[in-house]
Design a protein around this ligand. Structure first.
Ligand SMILES: Nc1ncnc2c1ncn2[C@@H]1O[C@H](COP(=O)(O)OP(=O)(O)OP(=O)(O)O)[C@@H](O)[C@H]1O
Ligand SMILES: [Mg+2]
Length: 361
């Protein structure tokens, strides 16, 4: 059995996978995960997240590239020799085994005696708040309970690497938060290098040390939650993580890391450019709603108030621009944040110079 004493690193070295039939599910993925890190794989449905986990666990043999755990290239090893625990997207419990036997299954396969297995299964079931249900069969549990059993089963083998494929999807909000905290606590305590797949960007940003954003089988960006949110490197990352207004325009002047843009909606804007741009390039300018404010001078750009949405702690105004595009502006609700009337003409501008991000169209 692999000990959890020393956390193992995980390296994906140029992993590509084509399924029979030709689907290119993942393409040239490089990922360097430090021992003990928790990494979120974030991306839309079909972008290759599950395929990547199954490659790491050894259920799919990749077309190209290497999987390296600690110092070892594990490509030749079957799943049960990789010290990888996995919670599948559909949690796949053995239907004819009791809950307790399900949790102890990996230990049985490793020759651990029955009494030890039982004790260990009970300890893990209590941890996932299912201590009383060990004698039941999986079909006698709810979806969320089965999901927690699958987590206990993955942890039972004391894996070096823990792979979680949407592990909290079937849980309600409070239980989900409890389990997120519990997994992070365990993961830290035992130093288990963890990859968690999620559609949920809040979960990714709150749980992970670093986030890998995938789109169409490719790695768009790999960085800390703040890097991903504050310094998106691609248009996809900027619009997929958080909310971003998109405004079309043309570059007037460009420097090595930024540009000045004439907006189609009227007005000019200066922003960061992660990829080099040239004058007269057609571009998309991204601005987060919380980075805009109303101005009373001639800076920024003009528009007309559409909808006003009082969302509790924030107020969101929809602004219709001159070219017909709509953008959103969000303000923290303080004492004097009043709702504006529909149809009123306003001017809005970024709160600071570095807040707009400019991408080639
Ligand atoms: N066994 C298979 N044979 C052929 N194509 C497959 C197979 N499994 C997955 N695919 C395809 O590979 C791509 C990636 O699938 P994958 O299951 O990795 O996506 P995902 O990111 O996990 O999506 P979701 O968030 O919906 O679970 C998809 O286009 C999918 O249709
Ligand atoms: Mg999946």
């Amino acid at each position: 059995m692999a000990g959890g004493a020393e956390a193992k690193s995980l390296v994906l070295d140029r992993i590509t996978h084509r399924f029979a039939g030709g689907t290119l599910a993942v393409s040239d993925i490089n990922l360097d995960v430090k021992g003990g890190e928790i990494i979120a794989l974030l991306g839309p449905s079909g972008c290759g997240k599950t395929t990547l986990l199954r490659i790491i666990a050894g259920f799919i043999g990749q077309s190209e590239g290497r999987v390296i755990i600690g110092k070892d290239v594990v490509d030749a090893l079957p799943p049960n020799r990789r010290a990888v625990g996995i919670v599948f997207q559909n949690y796949a419990l053995f239907p004819h085994l009791t809950i307790s036997e399900n949790v102890g299954y990996g230990l049985a396969a490793r020759g651990v005696d029955k009494a030890t297995r039982r004790g260990e299964a009970q300890r893990l079931l209590e941890m996932v708040q299912l201590g009383a249900l060990g004698a039941r069969l999986p079909r006698q549990l709810s979806g969320g309970q089965q999901q927690r059993v699958a987590l206990a089963r993955a942890l039972a083998i004391k894996p070096s690497i823990l792979l979680l494929d949407e592990p909290f999807a079937a849980l309600d909000k409070n239980l989900r938060l409890d389990m997120q905290i519990e997994v992070k606590r365990l993961q830290r305590m035992a130093g288990i290098t963890t990859l968690i797949v999620t559609h949920d960007q809040e979960e990714a940003l709150s749980m992970a040390d670093r986030v890998a954003v995938l789109s169409h089988g490719q790695l768009e960006q790999f960085g800390t939650p703040s890097e991903i949110y504050d310094n998106p490197q691609t248009l996809f990352v900027n619009t997929f993580v958080g909310t971003a207004n998109r405004m079309k325009g043309t570059v007037i002047a460009a420097g090595p890391t930024g540009a000045r843009v004439q907006l189609e909606a009227g007005g000019e804007i200066i922003g960061r450019a992660p990829k080099p741009l040239r004058a007269s390039d057609k571009v998309v300018v991204c601005l987060r709603p919380e980075h805009l404010h109303f101005v009373s001078d001639e800076s920024g750009f003009a528009g007309e108030i559409g909808m006003a949405l009082p969302l509790g702690a924030t107020v969101v105004h929809e602004i219709r621009m001159r070219d017909g595009q709509s953008i959103k502006i969000s303000q923290a609700r303080t004492g004097d944040t009043s709702l504006r009337d529909a149809g009123a003409t306003v001017r809005i501008a970024p709160l600071g110079p570095g807040l707009a991000t400019i991408f080639p169209e």
